[in-house]
Design a protein. Structure first.
Length: 342
């Protein structure tokens, strides 16, 4: 890649990680959004999905705290109720449109309990189309289950090879890749085991990115914090999570990555904000660290909305508040008392 191409990618990456701002993950697959809508007894029709995304994107002032939005293939083509394309609306607010490009998960051939991410077939052509549609960054997620014996080295390597191949194609299209290896939080593992696996996964990821010739200056890392598995019975204070997480990053993440964003995984809205705040309060790091939350930014609003137009304004207020609290957490200025403020 030319110096100019890398410089353009770096400029976008820095915009994604602008001080005090994070990224909204609104890229739920059809299956994921159906699950969300089931919670509120709403059918997953194209119009309901459009109205749901519309509610977030038209929230007054969301751009104060949100630098970019990851869209799904259907969403990048949709419009607001008044006919404005979503991409155009976001751009008018100075918010970067992104696109999820992976094709979901498939069982791994020689280890059926593990999954690899598919979607490389025809990806270069899809990138060309997404660039025309206005996408400035992209996302590809790998899922790594944790137990005493999982993930296997083969699963880690295969997922990271695919992440690297995707990242290279994304950069060639002038689109910043967000690489997301997610060490899952739903197991019986301890925080120590999560930390150990996270270190292994990230070490391998950066080896594969280097081999593939990916320009790290034009890449964003989206990944998990070091957290005990939900079925482990173990709890960890935000300060403990921050310490373990930063220990892994400082060992594995090269200094020329423009930034790291956390995924929320299985955390509640409040946990995700509190843990992000603890990381920020741990002091200056070699790279900016922010958030790219889906559920932890949207759930409060979803529960208020219930699919009813009359509830949109209140739901937008809840989303605005959640985004503001996460913005404060990025700056290490959040406190739990703020949860009770109007």
């Amino acid at each position: 890649m030319t110096h100019e191409q890398i410089s353009n990618l770096n400029k976008i990456a820095k915009q994604m990680i602008a001080p005090g701002k994070g990224i909204l993950a609104a890229d739920e697959s059809m299956k994921s959004i159906e699950k969300k809508f089931t919670k509120i007894n709403l059918e997953s029709t194209e119009e309901n999905r459009r109205a749901y995304r519309d509610m977030f994107f038209t929230t007054p002032g969301m751009e104060e705290f949100i630098s970019g939005v990851i869209l799904f293939d259907e969403t990048i083509r949709q419009k607001t109720a008044d006919g404005t394309p979503f991409v155009e609306l976001l751009q008018s607010k100075g918010v970067l449109p992104g696109i999820k490009v992976d094709g979901g998960l498939e069982p791994m051939a020689d280890s059926p309990d593990e999954k690899v991410t598919k979607g490389l077939d025809g990806l270069a052509e899809r990138f060309a189309e997404y660039a025309k549609l206005g996408a400035k960054f992209s996302k590809w997620r790998a899922e790594l289950s944790v137990s005493d014996i999982l993930p296997t080295d083969n699963c880690i390597q295969e997922n990271n090879k695919r992440l690297a191949e995707y990242a290279k194609l994304s950069q060639e299209a002038g689109i910043v890749p967000m690489v997301e290896p997610e060490v899952m939080m739903n197991g019986e593992n301890t925080i120590e085991r999560c930390t150990e696996v996270s270190e292994k996964v990230l070490t391998s990821l950066f080896e594969e990115l280097k081999k593939a010739g990916v320009a790290l200056e034009g890449t964003i890392l989206k990944t998990n914090m070091s957290i005990p598995g939900q079925k482990s019975g173990q709890t960890a204070a935000p300060e403990q999570i921050a310490e373990a997480t930063l220990r892994v990053y400082n060992k594995t993440v090269p200094k020329n990555i423009p930034g790291i964003v956390f995924l929320s995984g299985g955390q509640s809205s409040i946990e995700a904000t509190a843990n992000l705040n603890a990381v920020s309060q741990a002091g200056s790091q070699p790279w900016p660290i922010s958030f790219s939350y889906g559920r932890a930014l949207q759930d409060d609003a979803l529960m208020i909305w219930q699919g009813k137009p009359a509830n949109v304004t209140d739901a937008q207020k809840a989303f605005y508040k959640r985004a503001r609290l996460n913005s404060l957490a990025v700056q290490g200025k959040y406190s739990s008392e703020m949860e009770n403020e109007a």
